[in-house]
Ligand binder design. Structure first.
Ligand code: NAG
Ligand code: NAG
Ligand code: NAG
Ligand code: NAG
Ligand code: NAG
Ligand code: NAG
Ligand code: NAG
Ligand code: NAG
Ligand code: NAG
Length: 817
């Protein structure tokens, strides 16, 4: 009996062993066809045939075994897809891995001329497919490995860069389309020099981004600060006479790094607690990452919103007009030509991404002083810097000719390099002596002040009021002149207009910060939104709003007069809306009486027209994304104006929807597919519009709707009453229902159509405007709306997303009242 068990166990074990051996390895006697897979020993990766997205082509690829949706990390035949599923992967007679189609044509194969006794292809747990000799398991003797032929993804352990001996250059190439086409896209990520370690993104022949040079510790960029504390991977670089390579050492979690089809570099880390990839942007994360964003001899500063670009000290825009209209392509030129004597001086620029190495010279053992001397020796030398910082800053890099692609880093730390830019002596002297003069002037004025303090104080007290009015007038005047050129406001103008943001002028508190009323010197009333520094509205959103809204002109959109930046502060200047926002009227029992049906109907129509303009009548296709009653402002004639474009999204090309990881919006107004899956489309706005219509009709907030008797929300209530023919019970008691119930019912029906659960069941805004305007048009029967009685379900899912899903940044803004 005992013997039997032992034998049984032995047989089982050997079968298991055989099964796993067969599963991760391909021999000359085995093959893989569609539906079969090689699976790595630890069940991490698998290799097989796949058809990406809507493509009808078949590819041989490697993806994660246990991760959905399928995440492909490598493709063998990316340029030669199979037309059907009849591919067959095997090891050919010559020992190479061979993929053939149904009629035996070679589709893809490895290309080694080494003779192998027992060829086998094995899929490793690292995701590497290796061809080796079964007699020799040494990893240095792989005959071929997929890690040497990356597609768009770098996995831990895979090296990017040059093997100088074999001439192998390993780099990433984006897919043509992330959705369904793995063939070569236009973006590559590779080392630019064999002698200097710098990775660049190319689009065709053009550079679109560079990592900055390796300074011995990290790339000369500030991206790496975001790697601090990350344990999922450990970036490594090696520059020797044999190789220039970059790789990630594996960490405690799965991670991958990829060149996206749209030119962005992204890193993903697997978070098993939420079963999702967490994303971190690595490159082209902002405007200053775009190669040469400020032209030659320009400097990009991401904090300097929305100007971003400046000329190097001692330089001026080649064309001031172009520069002022945000065209930086002409770049900057010297104010004073170099003298080319030792009299030239250097201006230090601290903590920067050093310029592109176009024409340069380097010596890794020189000191900074020697470097300077070296630069002065050559008339065409324009700048120098230390080249490395490990073991203290040292080494010399010098540049010849124009300097391009310099950016200031925000986080200053000891691991960053300084640039010394060569200028004519007179340029330095003029700035130096100017600052000396300023210092002297300061000393004199301080001592003067001591003597005449009492007199000045007395005069100030007496004439303070007069002076203040005068200053205000001056500033306003200056502003008026400037406004012609650009929508930028001077901080002094804003301070004068809002009485230095006095509490009396505060008219509201939005999710992004307080709003102040102000009066410009010429009498125009403005509203200034002061974006809180901790606000989620970052630089991008700010630029979004100023840039976008300046272009949009419509009777039902609030007009933005301009923006203002001061240090880290960002402010938006709007036309002032004396009647505030719609929520103050419809949800207030007293105010609600002022808004009778005719007015409410006009507001609904106005919002619909404004939204239609955003969706299809302006030059752009814009999703507002945060439409709600507090974002609908009323002017002096109670005309509705849509405001707050801070989180708006421009749809590009012909796309009608986009999936976003950053879910921004307000509970109660977000459509189900957007709130839960991040699927954003014009129909998301239609849903929000529908909620607004129902709120205007009932005078009740959707997200405050509570009823002890039943679990459904305002939308559910509307639908039930509608279905039961009791729709008039839904209407606000403030409305005179005797007058025009048919119009009210029609609006309710349109509102319900807009909040349908599935986007395709909702009308688009042109139909909405048409239906609202034409009583004779028959309306469809609404079905049960999205978020009907799902208030609880919704809260659950949104909470899950907010707190446990790192890939999603959910900004659920408070309703502003
Ligand atoms: C493959 O098959 C041949 C003959 O059919 C046999 O001689 C050989 O041992 C087999 N090889 C392996 C690795 O199973
Ligand atoms: C697939 O079909 C296209 C068009 O019919 C043809 O050009 C191509 O050679 C086919 N590919 C293979 C692998 O048979
Ligand atoms: C698959 O395509 C090949 C040509 O690439 C063709 O010869 C074969 O008949 C096709 N097989 C099927 C099942 O369609
Ligand atoms: C795949 O190719 C191998 C080797 O040529 C062959 O033995 C096997 O029968 C093929 N499989 C199919 C399904 O055609
Ligand atoms: C295989 O190697 C030969 C000779 O080096 C070369 O001509 C051929 O293009 C290579 N084929 C592939 C698919 O790499
Ligand atoms: C490269 O840049 C030039 C000039 O800016 C542009 O005309 C061209 O389209 C770009 N090429 C690619 C592939 O983007
Ligand atoms: C920007 O300026 C360059 C010359 O410096 C000019 O060729 C180009 O047309 C301008 N671009 C735009 C969009 O005005
Ligand atoms: C260069 O500097 C020297 C000494 O400062 C001065 O005499 C000379 O005029 C300058 N030359 C030019 C071209 O500016
Ligand atoms: C680099 O600089 C050091 C120190 O000045 C010098 O000794 C060495 O010869 C230089 N090397 C080259 C290649 O110029």
């Amino acid at each position: 009996m005992k013997v039997l068990i032992v034998i049984f166990v032995y047989v089982c074990l050997s079968m298991l062993d055989k099964a796993s051996y067969a599963a991760d390895t391909l021999t000359q006697n085995s093959s893989i066809i569609d539906g079969q897979e090689l699976i790595s020993a630890g069940q991490i990766f698998c290799l097989g045939f796949f058809s990406p997205g809507s493509s009808k082509k078949y590819y041989l690829g490697i993806w994660y075994k246990n991760i959905t949706p399928q995440t492909v990390v490598w493709v063998a035949n990316r340029e030669k897809p199979l037309n059907n599923s009849s591919g067959n992967l095997t090891i050919g007679a010559d020992g190479n891995i061979l993929l053939v189609d149904g009629v035996g044509n070679k589709i893809w194969y490895t290309n080694s001329s080494r003779s192998i006794q027992e060829p086998l292809a094995k899929l490793l747990d690292s995701g590497n497919l290796v061809l080796m000799d079964g007699k020799n398991h040494d990893s240095n003797s792989y005959i071929w490995q997929s890690f040497d032929y990356p597609t768009d993804t770098m996995l831990p352990g895979m090296k990017l860069g040059w093997d100088k001996a074999s001439g192998l250059d390993r780099y990433l190439t984006s897919w043509k389309s992330a959705d369904d086409d793995p063939s070569y896209g236009s973006f590559t990520y590779n080392f630019d020099h064999k002698e200097f370690a710098e990775l660049v993104i190319h689009q065709g022949k053009n550079i679109t981004f560079r990592s900055g040079i390796w300074n011995g510790v990290r790339f000369n960029s500030d991206d790496w600060t975001s790697f601090i504390g990350v344990t999922a991977f450990k970036p490594q670089l090696s520059v020797t006479k044999n190789e220039v390579v970059y790789w990630d050492e594996p960490g405690d979690r799965l991670s991958r790094f990829m060149m996206r089809d749209d030119g962005l570099l992204e890193r993903y880390i697997w978070d098993s607690s939420i079963v999702k990839w967490t994303k971190m942007y690595e490159a082209r994360k902002d405007l200053c990452d775009n190669y040469g964003a400020c032209g030659i001899n320009g400097v990009c500063n991401i904090d300097d919103v929305p100007v971003y670009c400046d000329c190097l000290k001692g330089f001026k825009p080649r064309s001031q007009d172009e520069w002022n209209s945000f065209n930086r392509s002409g770049g900057c030129i010297r104010k004073t030509p170099l003298n080319c004597t030792e009299a030239d001086r250097f201006q230090k620029l601290s903590s920067v991404k050093l310029p592109m190495l176009l024409q340069f010279w380097t010596n890794s053992s020189m000191s900074l002083e020697e470097c300077k001397v070296e630069c002065l020796k050559d008339c065409s030398c324009t700048a120098y810097a230390n080249s490395v910082i490990n073991e203290g800053p040292h080494g010399c890099l010098i540049w010849f000719g124009d300097l391009i692609d310099i950016r200031l880093f925000i986080s200053e730390d000891s691991l960053q390099l300084d640039l010394y830019v060569r200028l004519a002596a007179s340029e330095i002297e003029s700035t130096a002596s100017a600052s000396k003069r300023r210092k002297m002037a300061l000393i004199i004025s301080v001592s003067m002040a001591v003597f005449v303090l009492c007199i000045i104080f007395y005069i100030c007290m007496k004439y303070a009021k007069v002076r203040k009015q005068k200053t205000t007038a001056d500033l306003g005047h200056r502003n008026q002149n400037e406004k012609q050129a650009s929508p930028l406001f001077d901080i002094d103008t804003i301070l004068a207009a809002t009485d230095s943001f006095s509490i009396e002028n505060k008219i509201g508190q939005g999710g992004f910060g307080p709003v102040y009323k102000g009066i410009l010197a010429q009498g125009q009333e403005i509203a200034v939104k002061r974006l809180s520094k901790t606000s989620k509205q970052g630089v991008t959103e700010f630029m979004n709003e100023v840039g976008l809204v300046a272009k949009l002109q419509h009777r039902n959109l609030v007009s933005v007069l301009g923006g203002c930046t001061y240090g880290n502060e960002r402010m938006l200047v709007y036309e002032y809306m004396p009647n505030g926002s719609l929520n103050h009227f419809i949800f207030d029992p007293t105010q609600g009486k002022f808004l009778q049906w005719r007015k409410r109907y006009d507001i609904i129509m106005g919002v619909a027209r404004g939204l239609l303009y955003l969706h299809q009548d302006s030059k752009l296709t814009i999703i507002h994304r945060d439409l709600k009653t507090s974002n609908i402002l009323l002017d002096s004639e109670l005309i509705a104006k849509i405001s707050d474009f801070g989180v708006s999204h421009i749809l590009e090309g012909d796309s009608s929807a986009v999936t976003t990881n950053k879910i921004v919006g307000t509970i109660g107004y977000m459509s189900p597919e957007y709130a839960v899956n991040g699927l954003l489309s014009l129909k998301s706005d239609v849903f929000s519009f529908g909620v607004i219509v129902l709120e205007i009709l009932s005078g009740i907030r959707n997200n405050h709707f509570k009823n002890q008797d039943h679990p459904h929300n305002l939308l559910g209530q509307a639908w039930i009453l509608w279905k039961e023919g009791r729709a008039l019970e839904f209407m606000d008691a403030n409305l005179d229902l005797t007058s025009i119930p048919s119009e009210l019912l029609r609006c309710l029906q349109i509102g319900l159509l807009c909040v349908q659960k599935f986007p395709e069941d909702r009308p688009d805004m042109s139909s909405v405007v048409f239906m609202l305007g034409n009583e004779s048009i028959a309306l469809a029967q609404p079905k049960k709306p999205g978020f009907f009685s799902e208030e609880i379900e919704f809260h659950e899912s949104s909470e899950k997303d907010t707190f446990s899903n790192n890939t999603m940044t959910i900004t659920l803004l408070e309703a502003r009242d």
